[in-house]
Design a protein around this ligand. Structure first.
Ligand code: ADP
Length: 556
């Protein structure tokens, strides 16, 4: 028999142990990241924890007044509709029941927020009497994992699209289509071309709305400085999220009322724009619109949109590389055919002159020295022509190694160098009747590789002779902002404005390619030389009036 004191002590210990268990339970219950709801046998809610309120986005008042007082799982029509009540019955028999995934869309209850996916587990609680009087319903929120897996599958699908076509417009269309309806109701691709925003792709699941979206961009085209989200994303390089679009927001981002009305007529509810970026350069945007009653975009969607953008940018980048490679191949082919033609012309002439010379030597007992001299002069010119063509070709390979200009620069008197080149052309000027006016400047020295600078001046003067229609030439010098400039101005055929920059490109010949005048490499090489000399070469011209070429480099 225990004494009264002993019994009291025992009771005290028990009560303390109970308190400890209960406080441990409360701590676990309240701080659990899993949502927990305790139900009694009849289906009424006894207790819910904090995570439960957060999961279903319900406040304390609602829990007090409705969930704990009125709600009953067995009368929940949604659960009944989805045939889920049987799981609770089974749990009441003592079985731990894993329920299938439940999709919960807050919109059903007129609430905002993301759709959630939960995995419920029902655990029966055994009472002291050996009955299952209570159920513990645990909800694990698997939205994130689920969305992540879905997004991964979606993005993997986009990766596969990239492999399907070499035509990037087709690829971008496929990417836009893949986004609908998984990610948005409409997807559009814009790129910047010649300083303007150009729409490449417009897709919407409803063809009538798609038409309206196309009309929108043609009637009210976004400009780089206009108020729409697309130009803003281009200007900032950051995504633009208009989570909930209403009339006021539409008005803020449009040109006028008609523009706003057209957008409203598409039913736009949420708008997300992400910039398309290739190696740090913003090349356009991807536009996603929600026009249906689905959930609006939120911050989390930006990551998905950015991932989609990376695929789109990759498609464009691949296509550009492919196009550049194709251009390079066709340029090279053109070059080979021009080069063979150009090399063949002097060789044919040379062979002809050799034959004539041979015949004269063989048949004439006293060959005419003057005739022979003329033949040899002409042959020498052909050989010089050949060697200059070959020199151009060699320079082309030197350019790729950036080794056109010698490291050891010399200080030269700019005037003297120009005079020397003019002197070398004097017989040509004379034979063609070209008048040359030279306006030199004294005391202007430049640091350069003399041979290369001479090559540039020679090239420009020989072009001035070729295309100058034998009209007067003007060569002048000036010094401006520490730069020494030589201007060579002809009054010849001139160059069209759109070709002015092209003539400095590789293999570019604006005038007939079969006139035996070069490989279209001369000015390209000149530009590379001038760049290596920290200077520049550029031209001004007008068709039928003439051209002026400027050779500019730092004064010593
Ligand atoms: P190439 O090596 O074939 O002589 P260049 O690179 O020197 O070619 O010149 C490129 C093209 O620029 C020429 O084919 C010609 O069409 C144009 N061009 C160059 N200089 C002049 C000029 N002074 N007047 C008109 N056209 C010119």
């Amino acid at each position: 028999m225990r004494s009264k004191v002993e019994v009291q002590l025992l009771l005290q210990e028990r009560s303390m142990a109970l308190k400890e268990v209960s406080s441990r339970f409360n701590s676990l219950f309240d701080n659990s990241p899993l949502s927990i709801q305790i139900l009694d046998r009849s289906g009424k809610t006894v207790l819910v924890n904090r995570a439960w309120k957060k999961l279903w986005d319900l406040n304390d008042e609602y829990v007090e007044n409705f969930v704990l007082k009125e709600y009953n799982v067995f009368t929940d029509s949604l659960l009944a509709q989805k045939n889920l009540l049987g799981y609770f019955e089974r749990a009441l028999q003592g079985e731990v029941v894993q329920m299938p995934k439940v999709y919960y869309d807050p919109m059903v209850n007129g609430k905002e927020g993301r759709m959630r996916i939960v995995r419920p587990l029902i655990c029966p609680v055994l009472s002291e009497e050996g009955h299952f009087n209570e159920l513990v319903l645990i909800h694990e929120d698997i939205t994130e994992q689920f969305v992540e897996v879905e997004n991964k599958q979606f993005l993997a699908g986009l990766g596969a699209i990239l492999m399907e076509s070499l035509d990037y417009i087709t690829t971008l269309e496929q990417i836009a289509l893949a986004c609908i309806p998984f990610f948005s109701d409409a997807a559009m691709v814009d790129i910047i071309e010649d300083g303007e925003i150009k729409r490449l792709v417009t897709k919407h699941q409803d063809k009538t709305v798609e038409k309206r979206l196309m009309e929108l961009v043609t009637t009210f085209p976004p400009k780089l400085d206009s108020p729409q989200p697309t130009p803003r994303a281009i200007r900032t390089g950051k995504p633009e999220l208009l989570a909930k679009v209403d009339r006021e927001i539409i008005c803020r981002h449009t040109y006028n009322e008609e523009h706003a009305n057209l957008i409203s007529s598409t039913g736009l509810k949420s708008h997300l724009v992400t910039p398309l970026i290739i190696r740090g350069e913003i090349i356009g945007t991807l536009n996603f619109w929600i026009t249906s009653a689905r959930r609006p975009f939120d911050e989390k969607d930006i990551h998905v949109a950015e991932a989609i953008c990376r695929f789109a940018a990759l498609a464009i980048d691949n296509a550009r590389h492919y196009r550049d490679a194709q251009n390079a191949i066709s340029q090279r082919e053109d070059f080979i055919s021009i080069a063979s033609h150009e090399l063949k012309t002097p060789i044919t002439a040379l062979m002809l002159q050799m034959e004539i010379a041979q015949t004269i030597i063989k048949t004439d007992e006293k060959p005419d020295r003057e005739t022979l001299q003329k033949i040899f002069d002409s042959a020498t010119r052909q050989v010089e022509r050949l060697s200059s063509l070959i020199e151009d070709m060699l320079d082309l390979t030197r350019i790729s190694r950036k080794s056109l200009v010698s490291e050891n620069k010399k200080q030269v008197l700019f005037r003297e160098m120009i005079e020397d080149v003019l002197e070398r052309f004097s017989s040509q000027f004379k034979s063609r009747g070209i008048e040359v006016d030279f306006y030199p400047l004294d005391d202007v020295y430049v640091d350069c590789d003399p041979l290369r600078l001479e090559q540039v001046i020679t090239n420009v003067i020989s072009n001035a002779i070729l295309y100058g229609q034998n009209r007067p030439l003007e060569v002048s010098m000036q010094v401006k902002d520490g730069m020494a400039i030589c201007q060579i101005k002809d009054n010849g055929i001139g160059i069209a404005k759109q070709n002015l920059d092209k003539i400095f490109d590789r293999f570019e010949r604006i005038h007939s390619a079969t006139d035996g005048k070069g490989l279209g490499l001369g000015l390209y090489i000149c530009r590379q030389i001038m760049e290596e000399l920290s200077g520049r070469i550029y031209a001004e011209s007008a068709i039928g009036i003439g051209s002026a070429f400027f050779i500019e480099l730092p004064r010593s």
